[in-house]
Design a protein around this ligand. Structure first.
Ligand code: GCV
Length: 844
C-alpha cells in the first residue's frame, strides 16, 4: 500500500470515533452515521470487501480513503484498500484511461464519449464481468474520482440502492469557488464562525488540520477553488517572502483537489513592488504583475488565479489614472494567462459618497454602468464576479441587470453564504431558496425566445463563453461547527450543490442536508426541512418585506434593526420612506432609470406597477402607504402583518424543534434550541421596532390594533426600582417605550406586583446583552428563585440597542394575584444589567 494512502487511512481511523461519538457539528454533512434497518441491510448486501484504486494521484488516494472512512462509519466495516483490479467483487476507482487499461473489456458507455466527458465529471456504474460485480467510479480526471466517490457515499447515506447503479454527472459550470474574507491577523471580515482557519498573527497557522478538513467539506460538494484572504486585500500576500505561507495552505488543500486563489490589491506594484505607479497601462506595472505571477506560480503551480476588488469601498483601482476596469483586469490577467490562471474581477464597484438628496442617484445602477460598455474588452481569462443583486446581499433584491448585459465577457455569480445581512450566526435563514429565485430568473438576454436564466448566463451557456460559474463568500472559521451555528451549514451545502447543479430544487437540497446532518427519522426530516424552506420568507417578513431591503444598521454592524440607517448618507441603500410613502422610484419613466438596464421583456414587468411582483415593489417603485397590493392589502398593513407573521413563525420553529427532543442528539438539540429561542426574541425586537417606526412615519394605525399595544407587557422604567436608573434609548424604537433601566451599582432590582388572574404563565424578560461585559440576572417570584442567567452572548454592540436587546423566556410559572415578581441585575464589566420590560403571557 502506498505510504500516502496509509497516512490518509491512519488519519481517517483516528478521526472516525470522534465523528461518531461527539455531535459537535464538526463533520457537518459528512458524519457517516451508522445506517439502520433496511438501509443497513441493503448497503451490507451491495458493499463488497475491497475498494480498488487504479489511480496514484494524491486526490485519487483521498477518494479511496474517503470510501473506506464512509463505509466504516455507516456500515461498521473496514474495506480492504487495494491498488489493482481484484478478482472479487469490488468498488473500483479509476480514470477512464486507467480503467480501459486494467479492464479493456468493460464498456462504460460514457454517453458523450470519453474524450469529451467534461473535466471533473464522474460516472458511477455497476459492471458485471467474469461473474463478479464491480461498482465503478470512473472519471476523466482525479477530481472527478473524488466527486464520484463522495456521490457514491451520499447515495449510501441517503439509503439509495447501489445495485445496478448507472449515472453520470458533470458540473454545470467550470468555476465553483469559494471566497473567504480572512485577514492575515486571523480576524475575518463578516465572519461569524470564529477566527481564521488559515491565518494568525500575520502568518499561516502552524496547525493547518482545519484547512485540510475544510478542503474535504468543499470537495464533497465539487468545489475546487478557495480564495484564502480578504478581498480587501493586504498587499503583503504578493511579497516574495510571504509565498511559503501560501504554499503551505495550498499543500493542505491539494489532496482535496481544491486550488488556492489569492485576493490581490491593485496598488501592489506601488505599495510593495517599489514602483512609483500602479497605472495599468505602464509597461513597468505590467512587468511587475508578470514577475509577481511567475513567482507565485513557481511556488504554487496549481494556483487557481486571483480575485480583485478595485475602485470599491476605498480600494484603489484604475480610476486613479483615468483607466478602465478592462485596462486594470487585463494587465493582471495577462500575467496569469501563461500559467492558466483566472482573474475574477469583482463587479461590486460603486460610489459610496453619492448625494442622497438627488433622487436620480442610484447605487443599484452601478455594476451595469461600470461594466456594460466594456463588454468584449476583457481578456479571455477575466471573469466578472457579480453579486446576485445590484446592491449588496440584501434579503430581497432583483437579479443584477449586469447578468443580462455581458455577451462577450465571462461572468460568475457571487452568492454570500456567510449571513452578513441575514441574521449572522444567530438567525436561521436557508439561503438556497433565495438563490434559486435568482438563478432561475429569466433575464430574456438571448437572441431567441429560449429562456436565459441567470444560471445559464453565468455558466457561459448562453453566449458560449469558455469559463464562468459560481462563487460563494463563505467565511467558515475555527468554531467547532465552522459557521457559528449548526443550521447555517445548510447554506454552504446548498451553495456547493447549486454550483454543481443549479437545476436542483431548494427542497431537494434541504432534504439531503437534513438527512445527512441529522439522520433520516421522518419527523426530524419533515420538521427541519419545513423550517429551512420557510426561513427566508420568515426572515424577510420581519426584517424588510416588499423589497425594502434589510432594514438593518447598514452603517454599523449589519445586524440589529435601524430603519433610518440607510437614509441621508452616501451609501445608497435608500428606501426613501417618509410621512407619505416608501420605496425607491427606479423606473425609466420618472425614476433613476435603473429598470431600463434590463432587457425589454424584464423591464416591462418591473416598470409597470400593475405587473411588478409585490415582493419587489418597494425596491422598484415609490408608492403611498395606502397603495393596494396584489393581495388586496395596503402597503402599510402588509408591513404590519408581515412583521407579526414573521415573529410568530419563529415562535413556531421553537415549538416544532422542541418536539424533536427525543430524536436529536443532546448537544445539537440544546444548541439549536438556544439559537431559535434567541431568534424568536429578536424577531419580536425587529417586529416592534419596524412597526412602530412605520406607524410613527405614516401616521396610519395598524388595522388590527397590535402596534404600540402589548398586552401583559410591563415597562422596566415603570416598575418599582431599587438603584436602577431610567435611560432614554437613542433610537427610540430600539427599546419598548423608548426607555430602559440600567444599573450603575453592585446590584439593582426591578419589581412588579402581579394583579392578574391565577394560572400558569410564561415570563419574558427583555434585557440588553452588550459585548463589553457579562451581567447576571436573577428572577424571583416572592421568595422563590425561579431562574438565573448570564448575559454572555456574543452580539456585535456595546450599546443599549436592538442588537443587544435579548429575551429570556421562562415558561411554566404559577402566578397568583399579589405575587411579587422581581428581577435582580448584577452588572459585569461595562455592561449595566439593563432591562427593557417584563412580559407575562398566559400559557396556551
Ligand atoms: C469585503 C459589503 C461588506 C464588506 C465587504 C464588501 C465586499 O460591503 O459589508 O464587508 O468587504 O461587501 O463585498 O467587498
Amino acid at each position: 500500500m502506498p505510504s500516502k494512502l496509509i497516512a490518509a487511512l491512519g488519519l481517517a481511523c483516528l478521526s472516525w470515533p470522534i465523528a461518531l461519538t461527539a455531535e459537535t457539528g464538526y463533520d457537518a454533512w459528512l458524519r457517516y452515521a451508522p445506517l439502520e434497518g433496511a438501509a443497513l441491510a441493503q448497503a451490507r448486501q451491495s458493499i463488497p470487501a475491497v475498494v480498488a484504486l487504479l489511480d496514484d494521484s494524491p486526490v485519487g488516494h483521498s477518494a479511496q480513503a474517503e470510501i473506506v472512512r464512509g463505509i466504516r462509519g455507516m456500515l461498521g466495516r473496514t474495506m480492504r484498500a487495494e491498488g489493482s483490479l481484484p478478482t472479487e467483487n469490488a468498488i473500483v476507482v479509476g480514470t477512464l484511461e486507467e480503467i480501459r487499461r486494467a479492464a479493456p473489456g468493460w464498456r462504460l458507455e460514457i454517453p458523450v464519449g470519453a474524450a469529451s466527458l467534461p473535466a471533473n465529471s464522474y460516472r458511477l456504474r455497476t459492471v458485471t464481468a467474469n461473474g463478479r460485480v464491480y461498482t465503478v467510479v470512473a472519471a476523466p480526471d482525479a477530481r472527478g474520482l473524488l466527486y464520484g466517490s463522495f456521490a457514491l457515499l451520499r447515495k449510501i447515506a441517503l439509503g439509495q440502492a447501489l445495485a445496478g447503479v448507472d449515472e453520470s454527472q458533470s458540473p454545470y459550470a467550470s468555476i465553483r469557488w469559494v471566497n473567504q474574507w480572512d485577514n492575515l491577523d486571523g480576524s475575518i471580515e463578516r465572519g461569524y464562525g470564529g477566527r481564521s482557519i488559515f491565518w494568525e498573527g500575520g502568518k499561516a497557522r502552524e496547525d493547518l488540520t482545519r484547512v485540510a478538513d475544510y478542503g474535504r467539506l468543499l470537495a464533497s460538494l465539487g468545489i475546487d477553488g478557495c480564495s484564502i484572504n480578504n478581498v480587501n486585500a493586504n498587499p503583503k500576500v504578493l511579497s516574495p517572502d510571504f509565498l511559503p505561507q501560501i504554499a503551505r495552505i495550498a499543500e493542505a488543500l491539494r489532496p482535496w483537489g481544491v486550488r488556492v486563489v489569492l485576493a490581490v490589491d491593485f496598488g501592489s506594484p506601488k505599495s510593495i513592488g517599489g514602483l512609483d505607479t500602479f497605472d495599468p497601462l505602464e509597461e513597468r506595472v505590467a512587468a511587475w504583475w508578470k514577475s509577481a505571477a511567475d513567482a507565485i506560480y513557481s511556488a504554487i503551480p496549481d494556483l487557481g488565479g486571483f480575485v480583485l476588488k478595485a475602485d470599491s469601498e476605498g480600494r484603489v483601482g484604475p480610476s486613479t489614472y483615468g483607466r478602465t476596469h478592462a485596462d486594470a483586469a487585463n494587465v493582471v490577467a495577462r500575467a496569469l494567462a501563461p500559467h492558466g490562471g483566472l482573474l475574477l474581477y469583482r463587479g461590486f464597484v460603486y460610489d459610496h459618497h453619492m448625494d442622497w438628496r438627488n433622487l436620480k442617484n442610484d447605487r443599484a445602477r452601478a455594476a451595469y454602468d461600470n461594466f456594460h460598455d466594456l463588454d468584449g474588452k476583457f481578456d479571455d481569462n477575466v471573469v466578472i464576479q457579480i453579486k446576485n443583486g445590484p446592491i449588496d446581499f440584501q434579503v430581497r433584491e432583483p437579479a443584477s441587470p449586469l447578468f443580462g448585459a455581458l455577451e462577450k465577457t465571462n461572468q460568475a455569480i457571487e452568492l454570500q453564504v456567510t449571513q452578513e445581512y441575514m441574521g449572522q450566526a444567530h438567525h436561521l435563514v436557508f439561503l438556497p431558496a433565495m438563490w434559486k429565485e435568482t438563478l432561475d430568473f429569466d433575464m430574456h438576454a438571448g437572441n431567441s425566445t429560449s429562456p436565459t436564466p441567470v444560471k445559464a448566463l453565468v455558466a457561459g451557456r448562453v453566449f458560449h463563453r469558455t469559463v464562468g460559474g459560481f462563487v460563494g463568500v463563505v467565511n467558515a472559521g475555527l468554531d467547532e461547527n465552522w459557521m457559528g451555528n449548526h443550521m447555517s451549514q445548510a447554506n454552504l451545502y446548498g451553495f456547493g450543490r447549486l454550483a454543481w447543479d443549479p437545476d436542483l430544487s431548494a427542497a431537494r437540497i434541504a432534504d439531503e442536508w437534513t438527512r445527512l446532518t441529522f439522520g433520516s427519522d421522518p419527523t426530524v426530516d419533515k420538521t427541519i426541512d419545513q423550517m429551512q424552506l420557510t426561513s427566508w420568507r420568515t426572515y424577510e417578513n420581519y426584517t424588510g418585506p416588499l423589497g425594502l431591503q434589510t432594514l438593518t444598521d447598514i452603517t454599523g454592524n449589519h445586524y440589529g434593526v435601524n430603519v433610518e440607517a440607510s437614509e441621508r448618507n452616501g451609501w445608497g441603500q435608500w428606501h426613501r420612506a417618509d410621512d407619505k410613502g416608501v420605496g425607491m422610484d427606479r423606473t425609466a419613466a420618472t425614476g433613476t432609470g435603473y429598470i431600463g438596464q434590463y432587457r425589454p421583456a424584464v423591464a416591462r414587468v418591473f416598470e409597470s406597477m400593475a405587473a411588478c411582483p409585490d415582493d419587489l415593489l418597494l425596491f422598484l417603485h415609490h408608492v403611498p402607504y395606502t397603495h393596494v397590493l396584489h393581495d388586496g392589502k395596503t402597503v402599510i398593513q402588509y408591513i404590519y402583518d408581515s412583521h407579526y407573521e414573521g415573529a410568530e413563525a419563529v415562535e413556531g420553529y421553537v415549538r416544532a424543534w422542541q418536539r424533536l427532543k427525543p430524536l436529536v442528539d443532546e448537544r445539537r438539540y440544546r444548541e439549536v434550541l438556544d439559537q431559535l429561542e434567541y431568534q424568536a426574541g429578536q424577531a419580536e425586537v425587529w417586529r416592534d421596532a419596524v412597526t412602530n417606526w412605520f406607524a410613527r412615519a405614516s401616521g396610519i394605525a395598524d388595522a388590527k390594533g397590535r402596534v404600540g399595544h402589548y398586552a401583559g407587557r410591563f415597562e422596566a422604567e415603570r416598575l418599582a426600582l431599587e438603584r436602577y436608573a431610567v435611560r432614554d434609548v437613542t433610537l427610540a424604537e430600539d427599546a419598548s417605550g423608548g426607555q430602559a433601566v440600567a444599573c450603575a451599582a453592585a446590584t439593582c432590582t426591578a419589581t412588579l406586583r402581579y394583579q392578574g388572574p391565577s394560572g400558569w404563565y410564561t415570563l419574558r424578560v427583555e434585557y440588553f446583552d452588550q459585548n463589553d461585559g457579562v451581567s447576571h440576572y436573577r428572577l424571583w417570584v416572592g421568595k422563590q428563585l425561579i431562574d438565573e442567567w448570564a448575559a454572555d452572548r456574543k452580539l456585535p454592540t456595546r450599546r443599549l440597542d436592538s442588537t443587544s436587546s435579548t429575551r429570556r423566556q421562562i415558561s411554566g410559572v404559577a402566578l397568583r394575584p399579589g405575587d411579587e415578581i422581581r428581577v435582580e441585575g448584577v452588572p459585569g464589566g461595562a455592561e449595566q444589567a439593563a432591562l427593557d420590560y417584563i412580559e407575562i403571557v398566559p400559557e396556551r
